[in-house]
Design a binder for this molecule. Sequence first.
Ligand code: THU
Length: 136
Amino acid sequence: MSNNTLSQKQRQRLLESARAAMRQAYAPYSNFKVGAALLTSEGQIFSGCNVENASYGLTNCAERTAIFSAVAHNGPGLTIRAITVVNDREMPCSPCGACRQVIYQFGSEVTVIFLGANGFKELPISELLPEGFRLQ
Ligand code: THU
């Protein structure tokens, strides 16, 4: 289990940043705009949105956009403490399987905040992705 409790201020900052990113989404096919914001172990926040493609499978989810942006700005030493995901329909939406694995790559104790059926949920990535893959 992770012991990675966030402050209310950190939660609020992540939520605002994810919502701002969501408004930039490129989602002409699904019309489902998603935003994500992550908090690094050093206290920085990076955000991202979904970017779709006419070849649907090339779509990049908001979570991965945020993670790739963090690496692009800060280099390969990224450790994620928490990541928040929001969408413009305020419907339940947890990270997809591919994003879970990418989140896990940058921290086995990441707190994932997403909309569940009864409002926001906060779960450790180890619960969303048991036995995540690592290349030894
Ligand atoms: N999507 C995300 O960006 N993140 C999620 O957690 C779930 C799905 C995007 C991908 C696609 O652009 C749209 O939502 C519909 O699947």
